[in-house]
Design a protein. Structure first.
Ligand SMILES: [Zn+2]
Ligand SMILES: [Zn+2]
Length: 168
């Protein structure tokens, strides 16, 4: 039997000067601690992690457009509706904000076949925040000084972000 290779010093495939501690479970390349990414099944290299992401992110630029437009219009409408009923108290802010944000993002995802781009969460959240802020400025200027109204707006945007993060 040959001597086990355990004593052999191995080097990172990307950083030849660094010692490798592990192999990627997908492509078997040697990795230093800077090159590894924790995956549910073990450690993988950054390239494999990115490839896995690319498989997940297959939204088109049209999807970005639709998602942005739906989030902008949806949160604008939600803000106008909640604002005009005078419901921006703490309960409605905490309860309706995340709920409506999630519902708007869900609609945006349904209209785009649940396709996400790498930046869908940021595009959707930015559009949602813009929609809510614009409506406040134009339609509900008397809410500008209301802390709870802004908490509602923030949670609305957070609801959109949260929905985009769920990977289904
Ligand atoms: Zn790999
Ligand atoms: Zn490395």
């Amino acid at each position: 039997m040959s001597v086990p290779a355990a004593e052999e010093v191995t080097f990172c495939a990307k950083h030849p000067e660094r010692e490798a501690s592990l192999r990627c479970i997908r492509c078997d390349r040697l990795m230093c601690t800077d090159c590894l990414v924790r995956a549910p099944t073990g450690y993988i290299c950054k390239e494999c992690a990115r490839r896995a992401d690319d498989k997940f992110f297959h939204g088109t630029s049209r999807d970005y457009g639709v998602q942005g437009a739906v989030c902008l219009a949806g949160t604008a409408l939600a803000t106008a509706l909640v604002g005009s009923t005078g419901l921006s108290t703490f309960f409605f802010a905490l309860f309706l904000g995340p709920l409506l944000g999630g519902a708007v993002a869900e609609l945006a995802l349904r209209l785009t076949g649940r396709r996400r781009g790498r930046y869908s969460d940021r595009v959707g959240t930015g559009a949602a925040a813009a929609g809510a802020v614009l409506v406040t400025l134009v339609v509900l200027p008397y809410f500008l000084g209301s802390v709870w109204h802004w908490i509602f707006v923030a949670l609305l945007a957070a609801g959109v972000y949260g929905r985009f993060q769920v990977r289904i």
